[in-house]
Design a protein around this ligand. Structure first.
Ligand SMILES: [Cu+2]
Length: 129
């Protein structure tokens, strides 16, 4: 085999597998301490999932909100001053916060997304051990 063929084979492999490996590594790095993922859909197609999330008081929470829908959604927990803003279709938002007080905190969509928008909500339950 000629050296040019070997070199072109290595370059071809690097150009095809390289971006895949880099994407995987970046995603693994970004989500290394993720608490949970919340999937967002309009209520008639599944709503937030999960709709009940239990976390420990005093621990740093890192949520990834993934909009798998075809419309823009939002995500907020007003009582904890958490607001991811608008999350466009197919996009992801990360929010980080530390809830100090136990209790139940509503989270909901902040963008008018469907006629059932007001039902797009869930509960973050903050507990102590
Ligand atoms: Cu909505």
């Amino acid at each position: 085999m000629r050296p040019k063929m070997i070199l072109s084979g290595i370059l071809l492999l690097a150009c095809t597998a390289g971006p895949i490996v880099a994407t995987w590594a970046y995603e693994a790095y970004r989500t290394r301490d993720l608490t949970a993922e919340i999937v967002a859909r309009v209520p008639e197609k599944g709503n937030f999932a999960p709709q009940l999330l239990r976390v420990q008081a005093g621990e740093k929470i890192k949520l990834r909100v993934r909009n798998v829908d075809t419309v823009t959604h939002g995500f907020a927990i007003p009582a904890l001053q958490v607001d991811a803003g608008e999350i466009k279709a197919g996009h992801v938002a990360m929010v980080e916060f530390t809830p100090e007080k136990p209790g139940q905190y509503d989270y909901y969509c902040t963008v008018w997304c469907s006629e059932f928008h007001l039902q797009m909500r869930g509960v973050l339950e903050v507990v102590t051990q």
